[in-house]
Design a protein around this ligand. Structure first.
Ligand code: ZN
Length: 57
């Protein structure tokens, strides 16, 4: 289990160890979060804006 901090409410967000970037999770406070993994393999979350990003085809 990986735990990160919710950027909205500051509370703890529990993620599975095998979480992948781009995964969408909902936090207890009601916000929808997108999982991101930075270059150091650090898992973070950011508020999901609800737009599907174009990754290129
Ligand atoms: Zn929250």
């Amino acid at each position: 289990m990986v735990s990160v901090k919710c950027p909205v409410c500051g509370g703890e967000v529990q993620l599975p160890d095998d979480v992948i970037a781009g995964e969408i999770v909902e936090h207890d406070c009601g916000v929808t979060l997108e999982v991101i993994v930075d270059d150091n393999n650090t898992v973070k979350v950011k508020p999901f804006e609800g737009v599907s990003e174009d990754w290129g085809e």
